[in-house]
Design a protein around this ligand. Structure first.
Ligand code: THG
Length: 265
């Protein structure tokens, strides 16, 4: 499973302020710490600053690639203008995700050509203008709708990561189960899956416990990528344990190494 670090997100007040003040050492440190903790990709979201999103995005990408040239990036924006600026400035050696499109024509029309031109992977939210599906079947139907549109322009379905969208169990108790059921159904269409993890625990105490257990369930269900806080020791311990348990870590070498480096709970 690919780990995408969520922390450089302008919904966090400290990040918002750092972007506004062009505090490159703060952003570089956030990137560095996430990579050191096991993230392979850095999600970058500049959507809720008071400034100019494309300008902010270009700055953030340049700071992050200056800090870690080999890190992959995950350009988290609904704006094709911001996404294009990020793609133009990125010269790193990592892979690139565009996060995200939906089944809506407007976003597909502008963003899909960028994904093709720059050879990126693409996260697609299983929703359209009418909202999010409630059931696993609804998520599958939404995936089919997205795939139809994406295949029409010749984009490789293997580069699509469908996000079945996780919702808080505190207010929608059945949603985690529907999400988990949808993963193998969606993957049977030949695409991969991704999600933002922490929404599942919104409104509950001991959030990292819920996040860690849910992550291990999603891992077993076949989730291919997760956007999460790599500095959360419970969650990253669950990732390492799940890898060992699902034979993705021969002789538990990585698990034992993580233990020796003090990275396990
Ligand atoms: N799917 C996809 N992309 C996404 C999401 C998703 N991008 C954004 C988001 N969801 C995932 N990223 C974050 C980034 C930061 C936080 C949560 C999710 C975060 N949350 C704390 C909270 O919820 O209380 C705030 C704590 C703080 O302020 O530091 O920080 O689902 N494709």
């Amino acid at each position: 499973m690919l780990i995408i670090g969520e922390r450089i997100n302008s919904t966090r007040p400290q990040v918002r302020e750092a972007i506004r003040a062009r505090n490159s050492s703060f952003i570089a440190k956030e990137a560095h710490e996430q990579l050191k903790s096991g993230a392979e990709f850095i999600d970058i979201n500049c959507a809720v600053t008071s400034g100019d999103e494309p300008e902010d995005m270009e700055w953030a990408v340049s700071v992050i690639q200056g800090e870690a040239n080999s890190a992959g990036i995950c350009i988290d924006s609904p704006s094709h203008l911001a996404i294009e600026r990020a793609l133009k400035i990125y010269k790193g050696k990592g892979q690139v995700f565009i996060n995200s499109i939906t089944a809506e024509d407007e976003r597909i029309k502008h963003i899909l050509p960028l994904a093709s031109r720059y050879g990126t992977k693409l996260i697609a939210l299983a929703m359209d203008g009418s909202g999010m599906p409630d059931s696993a079947e609804g998520r599958l139907e939404m995936t089919k709708k997205i795939l139809e549109k994406v295949k029409r322009v010749g984009f490789n379905p293997e580069d699509i990561y469908i996000d079945p969208l996780i919702r808080p169990i505190s207010t929608e108790p059945a949603q985690a189960k529907e999400f988990l059921h949808s993963i193998p159904m969606i993957k049977s269409l030949g695409v991969k899956t991704a999600c933002g993890l922490s929404n599942v625990s919104f409104g509950l105490p001991s959030r990292s416990l819920i996040n860690a257990v849910f992550l291990s369930m999603a891992y077993q269900a076949g989730l291919d990528a997760a956007i999460l806080d790599p500095l959360d020791k419970h969650v990253m311990s669950a990732v390492r344990a799940a890898k060992a348990l699902l034979s993705e870590d021969d002789y538990c070498v990585e698990y034992i190494k993580a233990y020796r480096n003090g990275k396990l709970v």
